[in-house]
Design a protein around this ligand. Sequence first.
Ligand SMILES: C[S@@+](CC[C@H](N)C(=O)[O-])C[C@H]1O[C@@H](n2cnc3c(N)ncnc32)[C@H](O)[C@@H]1O
Length: 182
Amino acid sequence: MANSNLKEAKAAKNDEFYTQFHDIEIEMNAYLEYDSNVFRGKTVLLPCDDPEWSKFTRFFAAKFDELGLKKLISTSYAPDSKKYKAPYQPSMFEQEAPQFDSAKTCVKGKIFVLEQDKSGDGRINIDDLEWEYLDGDGDFRSKEVTKLRDEADFIITNPPFSLFREFLAWIMEGGGGGGGNY
Ligand SMILES: C[S@@+](CC[C@H](N)C(=O)[O-])C[C@H]1O[C@@H](n2cnc3c(N)ncnc32)[C@H](O)[C@@H]1O
């Protein structure tokens, strides 16, 4: 019993593993070597993410113009829904935003969108990221995230390992063999 609890705790902790910037760079460079315009005019969805931790969002935001992206969407999972419970404190980025809501911060997922030059500095980058709370907790299987899946040309993420099969099924159901690239 103790052993199975330990295994569950380990699996839950593994679900929170965040990918290193360098590893993302290596992986994405392989796509770009194959076709330097692979992301041009495309919408990229990063589900199971969290820009406050994720290097995926930082990578694509930093290269938004260079890659010629049309839109970057990233969704995060609500802290209270995570299997692995760690002390949670909303970031300054979230707390200082006018839309910050202390009743939602633990129970709602978030959506981050990068599409236009909001800051007016002539570039589209992380400073132009807009966000709001999702209606639900950001579960990739929810209706609202599934709708984003269907809007995207590319879905890129390191999913929660314990839900890998379900995640793959969700991708395939969205037309993994169709127009999308996952
Ligand atoms: C392995 S981490 C990877 C995070 C990020 N994609 C990266 O690679 O840096 C998986 C993330 O998915 C979140 N997650 C767990 N279950 C989820 C679910 N059902 N729907 C959406 N996200 C989930 C976890 O809380 C965690 O933040």
